[in-house]
Design a binder for this molecule. Structure first.
Ligand code: FES
Ligand code: FES
Length: 139
């Protein structure tokens, strides 16, 4: 029987059993939350990171209300982001995610959502650190 096999098993797992589904405490000082939507389809992704004092991402969770490719993209992104540092340039790009999952062109925006969500989570974390510094300076 001829079977076309473009995916390795781990990639299929991202579609069937996504990793890191869940939430972190969005009010915690060491958590950054990114909430983004895709204008093309209305799908929404929430990705959260937990960051240590050195800027290392030690945990990540996501919730995605969207298509299978968006869920798989968040699964890959949340796995890859762990161990990276928020100071790193373009931590994970949608191109890497799309290539890894072998996404077709119509599904590229789904991986873009994951890249946007990571960047938004980092921005949220940094904003929290800034307001913490200001509070310390004034208090
Ligand atoms: Fe999951 Fe590679 S198959 S990160
Ligand atoms: Fe819109 Fe996948 S995120 S179709």
């Amino acid at each position: 029987r001829f079977v076309l096999r473009p995916y390795h098993q781990e990639v299929i797992d991202h579609f069937e059993k996504p990793l890191n589904v869940g939430s972190l405490d969005k009010d915690a000082k060491d958590v950054g939350t990114g909430l983004v939507g895709a204008p093309a389809c209305g799908d929404v992704m929430k990705l959260q990171i937990k960051v240590d004092d050195d800027g290392n991402i030690v945990d990540a969770k996501f919730k995605t209300f969207g298509c299978g490719s968006a869920i798989a993209s968040s699964s890959v992104a949340s796995e890859w982001v762990k161990g990276r540092n928020i100071g790193d340039e373009s931590i994970i790009t949608n191109k890497e995610i799309a290539a890894h999952l072998n996404l077709p062109p119509v599904k590229l925006h789904c991986s873009m959502l994951a890249e946007d969500a990571i960047n938004a989570a980092i921005a949220d974390y940094k904003a929290k650190q800034e307001s913490k510094k200001e509070a310390e300076a004034s208090g």
